[in-house]
Design a protein. Structure first.
Length: 238
């Protein structure tokens, strides 16, 4: 049985759909339950992953969880000078605190039988520095640190923890950031080119490509992998 957060759109939805297609019993959540419409999951639940009580209530419905994928994120655009205290706290709450709440809640439900936890992190983290990603990079770097600590703590229980660090992925989130940047640069084309120049492969990743990596990572084929950051980045980190 698998649980996926932020399954309403983008990477989270692609992962949930991949798991369903492969025959898994999938329980999904998103802060906006309307985005879960049409997803052929075993259950769909509105959950604010920044709320530890809401996370615990959601996962308490399941005594055993074999796979947990946490895909919640928020990308703040700004340098350390332009990042306000509110921007900083929001970034940490959505990206890092939510990962803490989910991992803390899921571990007791995996201890008896083992399991696989995948946290969706980012190249903009301890992997690589990006301009205008001060708050986001710090938060996603924390996600990687959390993953590694949990991998060490729970290896003896057969629980594997890994993080996927995507490159620039064509999702609704990216399209919104392109639209926001277009106001500054003068056109959508210029904004898209700004993001595309980060990709040596010359294109954005698809959410399905991230989902395929995640499906392997939680499968028996990835069973000897734990404590790792898996870069799916089209050559950015070379």
């Amino acid at each position: 049985m698998a649980c996926v957060t932020a399954a309403g759109q983008g990477i989270g939805r692609a992962i949930a759909e991949r798991f369903v297609a492969e025959g898994a019993q999938v329980h999904v959540s998103d802060i906006d339950s309307r985005l879960l419409n049409g997803l052929a999951a075993a259950s769909t639940t509105a959950v604010d992953a920044t709320d530890p009580v809401a996370v615990e209530d959601w996962l308490s419905n399941h005594d055993r969880i074999d796979i947990m994928v946490h895909a919640v994120g928020f990308v703040h655009h700004g340098t350390v000078e332009t990042t306000t205290d509110q921007d900083w706290r929001k970034s940490q709450s959505i990206c890092l605190d939510s990962a803490f709440h989910v991992t803390r809640a899921v571990v007791p439900r995996m201890k008896a039988n083992g399991g696989a936890v995948v946290l969706i992190a980012s190249l903009a983290s301890s992997v690589k520095g990006y301009p205008f990603r001060a708050a986001y990079g710090a938060a996603k770097g924390g996600v990687i640190g959390l993953m590694k600590a949990c991998a060490a703590d729970y290896l003896e229980h057969g629980i594997r923890f890994n993080a996927i660090c995507p490159g620039v992925v064509d999702t609704p989130s990216l399209r919104q950031r392109i639209a926001d940047l277009a106001e500054e640069l003068g056109s959508v084309e210029a904004a898209e080119a700004w993001f595309l120049k980060r990709q040596p492969a010359g294109r954005f990743a698809s959410a399905d490509e991230i989902a395929a990596t995640c499906a392997w990572l939680v499968s028996a084929g990835g069973g000897f992998v734990t404590g790792q950051t898996i870069n799916v980045d089209g050559g950015i980190s070379i």
